[in-house]
Design a protein around this ligand. Structure first.
Ligand code: SAM
Length: 255
């Protein structure tokens, strides 16, 4: 896998056993460093700090890095299942039980969907994001509330959803897509650091039309596409649209 050559390395700074760091570097086929100096061509680093796998860029090296955040968002009810409220729940639909999030990324939408009690399968094609998600879901499984309710974290598959949709073991009621759209301006002051890093690491998703077409084939009842509010709807005129903060959920029904 040449994908991350010159872009990403694993960083070990004496945090106990070095074996998991070596294994991760081998798995992703990237170098393992103990120090970062100006000669390192890579601008992204994966490391375990404070019990979590973190993604850092050179700016974040001292600050702490980005993790899959498993805490409920501001204003979200902390009980499980949280009420199916808000534009995301409206877009998923009242009759929806099973959801595939085909673009899991940092897992924030997935975790929101999971906390509302839907049955969820997550797909993510980037091996780096998949490692961060596996770590986040492992931490989620260790939460007291998960254990006392005997809940399992969502299942995650590392692969390209376009291919995986053709071999699904079940037909989900809803497929949820949140591919990376080109930004409106080169640097948006509003963009979250985690999304800026994701874009810098992975680039825009050039095959989103293909992903949409594959999702329409594979979904049982509907496909939901999250887009920035300035973007054209990915699949043409949607059947329904729900407005969020600076984003929109476009809903396409299966006929
Ligand atoms: C904008 S991010 C998603 C953010 C996510 N909704 C969240 O809440 O953190 C898009 C992600 O979708 C993934 N992706 C795009 N196309 C994909 C595909 N065909 N199969 C699997 N993952 C894909 C990208 O690798 C990237 O991590």
């Amino acid at each position: 896998m040449q994908k991350y050559t010159g872009k990403l390395a694993v960083l070990y700074q004496g945090q106990g056993d070095s074996l998991p760091f070596q294994r991760l570097a081998e798995k992703l086929n990237v170098p393992l460093y103990q120090v970062i100096n100006d000669d390192c061509p890579e601008s992204f680093f994966l490391t375990w700090r404070d019990g979590s796998l973190k993604l850092l860029d050179k700016e974040l090296l001292k600050k702490g890095g980005l993790v899959v955040d498993i805490e409920p968002r501001n204003g979200e009810q902390r009980s499980w299942p949280a009420p199916k409220q808000g534009p995301l729940a409206q877009a998923l639909g009242r009759k929806t039980r099973t959801v595939i999030d085909a673009t899991t990324g940092w897992g924030q939408d997935s975790l929101h969907i999971f906390r509302m009690g839907y049955e969820l399968l997550c797909i993510e094609r980037s091996p780096v994001m998949a490692e961060l998600l596996f770590d986040g879901f492992r931490r989620l499984a260790e939460q007291d509330w998960m254990q006392s309710l005997n809940l399992q974290p969502p299942r995650l598959i590392n692969g390209n959803a376009i291919e995986l949709f053709t071999a699904l073991a079940f037909q989900p009621d809803c497929i949820y897509l949140d591919p990376m759209f080109p930004p409106k301006r080169k640097k948006s002051a509003l963009a979250k650091k985690s999304m800026v890093v994701l874009r810098d690491l992975l680039g825009d998703d050039q095959d989103k039309e293909e992903l949409f077409a594959a999702a329409v084939k594979a979904a049982g009842k509907r496909v939901v596409v999250k887009s920035p509010d300035y973007a054209e709807p990915l699949g043409g005129k949607p059947n329904e649209s729900y407005q969020g903060k600076l984003i929109r959920y476009d809903v396409y029904f299966k006929d």
